[in-house]
Design a protein around this ligand. Structure first.
Ligand code: BGC
Length: 447
């Protein structure tokens, strides 16, 4: 018999602003970096944009009603900085902020706890013009924006997240360039990583000055394994990959230091940040959020950049539409690793999910997605295992509530528990949504 989930364990779904809202310029919003990026030829598959997305900005009330029907007890969403501060700093746009106030009120009335992310990759273009996260003033601008949000919503929001996946912002935006702003430079990526963590630290400090609830950080972790016949070179490559992806952000935020291995990863692109500056990145937080999708089995590969480690496809493995191996055991191991390495902080799975092929149109009002049901069942069970092994896990959010704009992959990859017909915008809960509703109703006892 499995242990029951702890009382009060949160059952949620997650989304982000640019991926679902649509109406990007409505009610006085400023232009965002992603609004520009999707308009740059060749950047997003099929030329897809977030202009309409799931039209959540206009359908918010009925979307919250749907969340209630599914029985969600939590909903993780992000605020679009460019709606609140159209120029990135200075004048507040009350209408933009008002959308999130109404959303929070609607959620609370439905008995759903909001988890609010301040920065899930979309940035006011006016700040992008000043270098975005390369600019040494960004951490302060971010803390100023955060305070506007705290002042408006902290009376109702109990859980705040500073950044979503800083690794993806630095790696996707500045190292490999597949995401906005599309740069390709190890020198820039190293600086951006540090400025992001300074932004996180200052937003936490600002929260401590008047915030009444909890604040944390969300990271994506992908455990790095080596094959059974690994060489020393493979093991070293896995160690570097782990430092680069998994510890580059958590170590400074929680231990006040960067992993030594980053010097080797970045070479002369690694700046020697003053020790006091690195120590200041460590600010007490109330919880850690884990976005977990997959693991990677890697081998040494000198052609891979910046880490000489290349993922190996596993014989017999089940892979999602984004090419990610299904590996629930690594979710349990990651939660236990975070618990042990970072001082037993309360943990939340803030994203977990899979893209599998679903038809563009629901047939007779149904979408059967047995692979996603299997993914959810095995991963939620892995969370339960991690709890039994001592990790203090307090909630789980499936990614994602809706099929949505999968960034540079456009609408081609569907992660939703709720199907969206992008012609009619009709929502259809998939079999996975019905399954998740049953899990919630049984508080996980039916796994
Ligand atoms: C991000 C989401 C994204 C998901 C699937 C996470 O990295 O936070 O915005 O859609 O993964 O790729």
């Amino acid at each position: 018999m499995r242990q029951p989930f702890p009382p009060g364990f949160l059952w949620g779904c997650a989304t982000s602003a640019y991926q679902i809202e649509g109406s990007p310029l409505a009610d006085g919003a400023g232009v965002s970096n992603w609004h520009r990026f999707v308009r740059t030829p060749g950047r997003v598959l099929g030329g897809d944009t977030g202009d309409v997305a799931c039209d959540h900005y206009r359908r918010m009330k009925s979307d919250v009603a749907l969340m209630r029907e599914l029985g969600l007890t939590a909903y993780r969403f992000s605020i679009a900085w460019n709606r609140v501060l159209p120029a990135g700093r200075g004048a507040v746009n009350a209408a933009g902020l008002g959308f999130y106030e109404r959303l929070v009120d609607e959620l609370l009335a439905a008995g759903i706890q909001p988890l609010v992310t301040l920065h899930h990759w979309d940035l006011p273009a006016a700040l992008d013009d000043r270098g975005g996260w390369l600019n040494p003033d960004m951490p302060d601008w971010f803390a100023d924006y955060a305070q506007v949000c705290y002042r408006a919503l902290d009376d109702r929001v109990k859980m705040w997240v500073t950044l979503n996946e800083p690794w993806v912002i630095a790696d996707g935006g500045f190292m490999h360039g597949a995401l906005a702003p599309g740069h390709k430079s190890a020198y820039e990526a190293a600086i951006v990583a540090h400025r992001l963590m300074q932004g996180h630290a200052r937003a936490v400090q600002a929260y401590r000055a008047g915030g009444r609830h909890q604040i944390g950080l969300v990271v994506n972790i992908e455990p790095k394994h080596v094959p059974a016949d690994a060489t020393d070179a493979d093991r070293h490559a896995a160690h570097l990959a782990d430092a680069y992806m998994n510890r580059q952000y958590l170590d400074p935020a929680l231990l006040g230091s960067y992993p030594e291995a980053l010097r080797e990863v970045f070479g002369d692109a690694w700046p020697d940040w003053p020790a006091a500056e690195v120590e200041a990145l460590k600010q007490p937080i109330d919880f850690l959020g884990l976005n977990y999708y997959t693991r990677a089995v890697v081998r040494h590969d000198p052609k891979a950049w910046p880490v000489p480690a290349a993922p190996q496809r596993q014989p017999g493995g089940i892979y999602t539409e984004t090419g990610w191996e299904l590996h629930p055991q690594s979710l349990a191991d990651t939660l236990v690793w975070m618990h042990e390495r970072y001082g037993g902080l309360p943990l939340y799975v803030t994203e977990n999910g899979a893209a599998f092929y679903d038809p563009p149109v629901a047939v007779e009002g149904r979408v059967d997605d047995p692979l996603r049901v299997h993914y959810l069942r095995t991963h939620i069970a892995a969370v339960q295992d991690a709890i039994a092994r001592g990790a203090d896990v307090r909630g789980y959010c499936a990614w994602s509530l809706f099929d949505n704009l999968e960034w540079a992959l456009g609408y081609a990859k569907r992660f939703g528990l709720v199907h969206v017909d992008f012609q009619t915008l009709q929502r259809t809960p998939k079999a996975s949504a019905r399954f998740y509703a049953e899990v919630i109703a049984a508080h996980g006892a039916n796994l």
